[in-house]
Design a protein around this ligand. Structure first.
Ligand code: ZN
Ligand code: ZN
Ligand code: ZN
Length: 75
């Protein structure tokens, strides 16, 4: 198998396969759009906003649920 890294083709951080379509850059890695998911509910963000915490990505709902101990609107 040719080395995709050297060929400049991004490798998905989830499935470790080359990404030939749209690439998501997040958490210092690259992901298939459909493989970049919330660490809690595993729903893909599909271009929606995500929230990062300790190297994991969360949807808004779960980020607030898990870490939203500070008032969301006025901190
Ligand atoms: Zn993937
Ligand atoms: Zn979620
Ligand atoms: Zn408030």
């Amino acid at each position: 198998l040719p080395c995709h890294d050297k060929m400049g083709i991004p490798i998905c951080g989830a499935c470790r396969r080359p990404i030939e379509t749209r690439v998501v850059n997040a958490l210092g890695k690259q992901w298939h759009v459909e493989h970049f998911v919330c660490a809690k509910c595993e729903k893909p963000f599909l271009g929606h906003r995500h929230y990062e915490r300790k190297g994991l990505a969360y949807c808004e709902t779960h980020y607030n649920q898990l870490f939203g101990d500070v008032c969301y609107c006025c901190n």
